[in-house]
Design a protein around this ligand. Structure first.
Ligand code: FNR
Length: 186
C-alpha cells in the first residue's frame, strides 16, 4: 500500500475570510488518499528575533516541531505589494533558525498563490520560490498555480464553485503527490 504523506499547509493570509485559506481547504478536499493536508497556523507567532534563539518562545518551538513532523510543505499565499506577506516571511525565518537547524530542509514543497487580481499572485509565488531555494526545499516546478480572479471562485460558504478551477486544483495535488513520493526522505 502507498505511504500516506503528511503535508503541512502554510496559508500566507491571516484574515478570516481569506480566499487563500479557501483554496487551501479546497486542495485538502481534492487531494488523493496518499496525502493528508493539515494547516499549520502562523498568525500567532512572535516576530522572529535572533536574540530568542537561546530561549525561544513556546510558539516558535511548537511551530518548528509541527514542520519537522511533516513529510512535505505546501504554501498557499496571497501577494502583498508584489511579494509575500510579512507573516509568511516570519514563519519561514522562524523555521530556518537557529543556524544549522532549518526545519524546512529537504521537505518536498509546492506553491500556490491566489488573488482577486488577474496575475494570481505571481510576484509572491516567485519571491517565495527564491527563499525556498535557500531553505533547501525542493519545490515542484510544474504545474504552476497562479489563481487569478479568486474572489469569483467560491460560494457564500467558502466552497469552490468553479469546475475548471476544481479540475486544475485536483491535477495540481495529484502531481504534488507524485513529487512528494519522488523527493520525500521517508
Ligand atoms: C494586497 N493585495 C494585492 N493583490 C495582488 O494581486 N498583488 C499585490 O501586490 C497586492 N498587494 C496587497 C498588499 C496588502 C497589504 C494587502 C492587504 C492586499 C490584495 C490581495 O490580493 C487581496 O486582499 C486578497 O484577497 C488577499 O488574499 P486573502 O487574504 O483573501 O487570502
Amino acid at each position: 500500500m502507498a505511504k500516506i504523506h503528511d503535508v503541512a499547509v502554510i496559508v500566507g493570509s491571516l484574515r478570516k475570510g481569506s480566499l487563500n485559506r479557501q483554496v487551501a481547504n479546497a486542495l485538502a478536499e481534492l487531494s488523493p488518499a496518499t496525502l493528508k493536508l493539515n494547516i499549520i497556523e502562523i498568525g500567532h507567532l512572535p516576530i522572529y528575533n535572533q536574540d530568542g534563539d537561546e530561549n525561544p518562545p513556546d510558539a516558535w518551538t511548537e511551530f518548528r516541531d509541527g514542520i519537522k513532523a511533516a513529510d512535505a510543505v505546501l504554501f498557499v499565499t496571497p501577494e502583498h505589494n508584489r511579494s509575500i506577506p510579512a507573516a509568511l516571511k516570519n514563519a519561514l525565518d522562524i523555521g530556518s533558525r537557529p543556524h544549522g537547524k532549518n526545519v524546512w530542509s529537504g521537505k518536498p514543497g509546492a506553491v500556490v498563490s491566489a488573488s482577486p487580481g488577474g496575475i494570481g499572485g505571481f510576484g509572491a509565488n516567485h519571491h517565495l520560490r527564491q527563499s525556498l531555494v535557500f531553505l533547501n526545499v525542493p519545490a515542484m516546478a510544474q504545474p504552476e498555480a497562479y489563481i487569478g480572479g479568486a474572489d469569483k471562485l467560491f460560494d457564500a460558504n467558502g466552497k469552490l464553485a468553479n469546475d475548471g478551477t476544481r479540475k486544475f486544483l485536483q491535477g495540481f495535488v495529484q502531481a504534488y503527490s507524485v513529487w512528494i513520493t519522488a523527493n520525500a526522505k521517508s
